[in-house]
Design a protein around this ligand. Structure first.
Ligand code: FDA
Length: 288
């Protein structure tokens, strides 16, 4: 049986807002009606020329313009490999700075996604350097990495806002906890450190246990519900997203869009067998 790309595309639509910025704006506006906020990810990673990297920066500048135009309650999420990190660190820094400066002007915020472990150190260096001039930039920490506890301490010291996630890339056991139970335990340890810092942080997970423990920790620390936020991916566990809003928490939905959806879609399939079955049904269903 042949697999069809249109079938895969249809399956990817569960997780991706669409190929165009206009489609993503519609999704964000619909989320706002439900009391949710968003972060917009223009899909694309590992560009192969500096022109492509500059074009990616310009596309994100357009996203920021649309945020202003439609008064969207949305940040942007960017990947440094998309801004030219593999080609020229200085150009990548320049591209990111351009986005953060524009975000500052309009009162917005840039969340720098974390990619595979070969990028971790440079990404954190670039963010902490830029953060000295502009507070409107935040980092992502992956709980599966052994190094993350030290990185959290370092980011708190610099006053950088952190999105905490479990981690979505294939990492060797020399760098990352191979067992899920250890990743979860580290997630909770790092979550406590972040909340105790009383900086504004972003708890990104669909895991009901991580969420319940975060709520408990915030209560114990006397944090208000607007002193941190939960984040989830577009299309994942919508009932839980709605429940958090009903309970008065801030919920930011990560809304990816664009034509380069394939690697993002593959990461979503890899992290959950149920997603794989859902996708296969869509793909096989499209074979005539
Ligand atoms: P995990 O995958 O362990 O799942 C735990 C439980 O959550 C499941 O047992 C189930 O109950 C529930 N659940 C999970 N998926 C579900 C689904 N599809 N439907 C229903 N329930 C589900 N990674 C990275 O490396 N760099 C990054 O920059 C980011 N950025 C990012 C932003 C945001 C907003 C989110 C939510 C996630 C990321 N990630 C990421 C991805 C992250 O690292 C991780 O791969 C996924 O979030 C899956 O991990 P969970 O914490 O959801 O738990």
């Amino acid at each position: 049986m042949l697999l069809s790309l249109p079938g895969a595309e249809r399956a990817a639509r569960q997780f991706v807002a669409g190929e165009t910025l206009a489609q993503a704006v519609e999704v964000v506006r619909a989320l706002q009606v439900k009391g949710m906020v968003a972060t917009l990810d223009h899909l694309g990673e590992n560009v192969t020329s500096l022109e492509q990297a500059r074009a990616a920066r310009d596309e994100y500048l357009e996203v920021l313009d649309e945020i202003v135009r439609y008064k969207l309650r949305a940040t942007i999420s960017v990947k440094l490999s998309q801004l030219g990190m593999d080609l020229s660190e200085s150009e990548c820094r320049k591209n990111l700075r351009g986005l953060v400066e524009r975000a500052c002007e309009i009162g917005d915020f840039v969340e720098v996604d974390m990619e595979g472990s070969t990028y971790t150190e440079k990404t954190l260096e670039i963010i902490t350097d830029l953060h000295r001039d502009h507070a409107a930039v935040g980092a992502v920490i992956q709980a599966y990495l052994y190094r993350s506890e030290d990185d959290v301490k370092r980011l708190i010291r610099h006053g950088v806002s952190v999105r905490l996630c479990k981690g979505a890339y294939n990492e060797p056991s020399s760098l990352a906890f191979p067992n899920k139970a250890d990743v979860d335990a580290n997630y909770l340890r790092l979550m406590h450190m972040l909340l105790e810092s009383r900086l504004y942080h972003r708890i990104a997970t669909h895991d009901p246990r991580m969420i319940a423990e975060t709520q408990r920790a915030a209560d114990e620390l006397g944090l208000m519900k607007n002193q941190f936020e939960f984040q989830m991916l577009h299309g994942v566990n919508r009932p839980l997203q709605e429940q958090l809003v009903r309970d008065g928490y801030r919920l930011r939905v990560y809304v990816p869009f664009g034509r380069a959806w394939f690697p993002y879609f593959m990461r979503r399939l890899a992290e959950r067998p149920a997603n794989m079955w859902f996708a296969l049904r869509g793909i096989v269903g499209s074979v005539r």
